[in-house]
Design a protein around this ligand. Structure first.
Ligand code: V47
Length: 412
């Protein structure tokens, strides 16, 4: 496929059309797509690559959509094995357990619990702000916001106002999946519709709360679904300007019904598709300032390459990740601050530690990194076949220890 007309548009800084998006996804000329996305990114962000020293916290995995969001491996029914709901003290203890650097952002998402009310979350946000005033809070997907509105019998706008008053700065981008009604009916039948998801983000932006956006790819969606999803995000951004970052999320098929139905257990998206999704996202979303690569899903190595395929943001330290590791992601559970700096420098880029609003916390001229305590890359002789899997998984497992004892009450 000849990408020259698209390349000319990108070089002139012109907006790409739906047909251009379809042509990019249909093309296998990954290096051209990557080069164009890198050009689009460098125009916006120079050689800077941002990261947040963040902690992911998941207060509950109990979710009333457990049986209909068939791609999700994290959710549990209230009385199912492995179901947990943290007390506020347990959340505060987990928040205290940063690893080797001060945390700057809490990323807080969970399930749609049938009984937890808005006050559980606002008390949590207030308590976290009181204990860690320097840490910004990015919390609750649009789907959780809409669920709390139903539980509390108030509007989504009122939920957002209460969250803001309790100290939340931004919303994460989860729950968007893919907006196509046909794909959504297959993978997330009873979830908020695409339009409802966009409406919650519109309200957040109107209230002065910026947010992120995502797309879950690599399941049953078509390339038309991908392009239409990206164009819907672009249209909302034209209207509000409130999206900070786009994060493509690679579907992982282990331990969920969809993976079994599709016969995909034990496989994942390919590196080729991961890089293409990142690059096409950067090219179509010409009005969103940042594109983040989520290393827990695509591996630190693909994420590092993504930094020259249109990404200017690398997922942070994370500390303890559950959503993807429940789905079988064989990646480390966390990366140290210095490993992140090393990955960014290794791509020839300039690391910048940021807060949730992309304000610079620190730059790294002359900064000396320490070697990692547990290696990110499998060590020893060149690994082969199954042995590689075992070795890699053993090293990944060594990083999986939670920072505090996992408390599972299962009694909700
Ligand atoms: O909405 C769930 C995805 C999302 C699986 O805003 C899965 O900075 C792959 O949105 N395979 C939640 N993906 C996580 C999320 C996120 C992550 C990192 C940063 C930000 C941000 C947001 O995780 C869900 C869904 O799309 N997900 N299960 C799975 N089996």
């Amino acid at each position: 496929m000849n990408l020259r007309p698209i390349a000319d548009k990108v070089e002139r800084g012109e907006r790409l059309t739906r047909e251009d998006g379809l042509a990019l996804f249909a093309s296998n000329d990954l290096l051209t797509i990557g080069r164009l996305a890198n050009l689009a990114n460098v125009r916006k962000n120079g050689e800077r690559v941002y990261f947040a020293a963040n902690q992911h916290i998941n207060p509950t995995n109990v979710c009333i959509l457990r049986n209909t969001c068939v791609f999700c491996s994290f959710a549990r029914m209230p009385k199912e094995d492995g179901a947990y709901t943290r007390s506020l003290d347990e959340v505060f203890a987990e928040a205290d357990a940063a690893r080797d650097n001060p945390t700057r952002e809490f990323h807080i998402v969970g399930g749609l619990h049938p009984k937890l009310k808005l006050s559980y979350y606002t008390d949590m946000f207030r308590g976290l702000k009181q204990r860690h005033p320097q840490v910004m809070i990015k919390a609750l997907t649009a789907v959780e916001v809409a669920h709390l509105a139903r539980i509390d019998g108030i509007s989504t706008r009122d939920v957002l106002v209460a969250m803001k008053e309790a100290g939340v700065s931004t919303l994460p981008g989860g729950g968007a999946e893919v907006f196509s009604p046909a794909a959504r009916a297959t993978i997330a039948d009873r979830k908020l519709t695409g339009e409802e998801w966009l409406a919650v983000h519109r309200e957040a932006h109107q209230l002065g709360m910026p947010s992120n956006c995502t797309m879950l790819y690599g399941h049953v969606e078509t390339i038309e679904d991908r392009v239409d999803h990206l164009l819907a995000l672009r249209a909302l951004q034209d209207e509000t300007g409130g999206f900070l970052t786009y994060i493509p999320l690679a579907y992982h098929p282990d331990h969920n019904e969809l993976g079994e139905t599709l016969g995909r257990t034990g496989t994942a998206t390919t590196g080729f598709d991961d890089l293409k999704n990142i690059a096409v996202g950067r090219l179509l979303l010409d009005n969103i300032p940042h594109v983040k690569t989520h290393w827990p899903m695509v591996t630190p190595f693909i994420s590092q390459v993504a930094l020259t395929f249109g990404c200017d943001d690398l997922e942070g330290t994370v500390v303890f990740e559950r959503v993807y590791h429940e789905a079988g992601a064989p990646t480390p559970m966390w990366l140290s601050y210095d490993e992140i700096v090393t990955l960014i420098r290794g791509a020839g880029k300039e690391p910048v530690e940021r807060d949730s609003l992309y304000q610079t916390v620190r730059t790294f001229e002359g900064y000396q990194t320490k070697p990692p305590a547990v290696p990110v890359r499998p060590q020893g002789p060149a690994p082969q076949g199954a042995l590689f899997q075992i070795e890699h998984r053993a090293q990944a497992a060594a990083r999986r220890k939670p920072p505090v004892a996992t408390v599972v009450d299962g009694a909700e």
